[in-house]
Write a protein that binds this ligand. Structure first.
Ligand code: NAD
Length: 291
């Protein structure tokens, strides 16, 4: 048996087309949905990723404003830029790209992103709203995992799902989205002990740790579904996930590839969130123009 590969490419394209359609409708009403991406690093892979967002936005008819503050930007400058963008009516979505300059913390800064423009669910207010089931933008990566599971008709209600990783951008919000879908959720992390203690009973394992080869075939049940969120750049420049594909492929029923899995869907969702944010902002600004 070899695991079926759950490619995210077709789903990513479908979501991008939906965002494009939304953008066309908004444009007809005189509004160009626009995403601002704030960058403060000279890290090559970050710039590569930001350019890929810019290209994807362009192909979906969405404006993309890259605000590159350079690797020496101070926390004050970053805070002030985020506040300005939050108040700028021509910007509908804002992402603060990591890594940030040494000594500059993400936690305080993301609080400056207006919740209605927080298309990557970074502001703690967004996570809080998610926790109590109120409308908010979930981090695009967490939502991408759910969209992939839905796309391939993998049931979640009553299923045993293990999430490896508890970060505020992936593991925690994903565990909330899974709970919302009636899964029984276990969250593992660097201090939860041997992975197999949890993963050997899981119907679905989602790994988001940023550790090459962390999840091995011996960790998973025969027939499990494995979603690989990890993105690790090897010394030769190639991109791999957190799953040891060679050993997992023979045991799991299905596995997302890296690249071409969760990441591709994530970018499309950022664009869709931007159009959703633009529509909502237009509706609130002009009462009665729900469109
Ligand atoms: P993070 O470093 O903030 O968090 C990693 C989490 O993994 C932590 O909670 C940690 O406790 C856990 N962990 C680390 N080693 C572990 C181990 N040996 N056993 C169990 N748990 C362990 O990282 P993050 O921002 O959550 O990102 C996780 C991965 O997902 C990274 O590879 C990142 O590049 C990738 N990522 C991908 C996308 C995408 O769109 N595909 C988006 C965001 C992040």
């Amino acid at each position: 048996m070899s695991a079926v590969l759950l490619s995210g490419k077709q789903l990513a394209q479908t979501i991008r087309e939906k965002a494009h359609q939304e953008a066309r409708e908004l444009e007809a009403d005189g509004l160009r949905p626009t995403l601002a991406v704030v960058v403060a690093t000279d890290d090559g892979s970050t710039h590569w990723y930001v350019r890929s967002i810019e290209r994807a936005a362009g192909s979906a008819g969405i404006g993309c404003r890259i605000v590159d503050l350079g690797p020496d930007a101070t926390e004050q400058v970053l805070a002030s830029v985020l506040q300005d963008l939050s108040g700028d009516p021509s910007v509908h979505g804002i992402i603060l790209q990591t890594p940030l300059p040494p000594g500059v913390g993400t936690d305080e800064l993301v609080g400056h992103i207006a919740p209605e423009k927080d298309v990557d669910g970074a502001n703690p207010l967004s996570l809080g709203r998610l926790a109590v089931g109120r409308p908010s933008f979930a981090p695009a990566t967490a939502r991408a995992v759910i969209e992939i599971l839905d796309h391939f008709d993998i049931p979640l209600a009553g299923r045993n799902v293990v999430v490896i990783g508890r970060s505020a951008v992936v593991g925690k919000p994903l565990s909330l989205l899974l709970l919302e879908r009636d899964a029984a959720v276990t969250v593992c992390h660097s201090r939860s002990g041997p992975l197999e203690k949890y993963t050997r009973t899981a119907d679905v394992v989602v790994v988001a740790a940023g550790r090459t080869g962390l999840l091995k075939g011996s960790h998973v049940l025969s027939g499990a579904v494995v979603i690989d969120v990890g993105t690790n750049v090897l010394p030769d420049g190639s991109l791999v996930g957190d799953v040891d594909e060679d050993s997992v492929r023979g045991i799991a029923a299905a596995l997302t590839p890296v690249p071409g899995g969760v990441g591709s869907v994530t970018t499309s969702l950022l664009l869709l969130h931007t159009t959703e944010a633009a529509r909502e902002q237009a509706r609130t600004l002009v009462p009665g123009s729900a469109g």
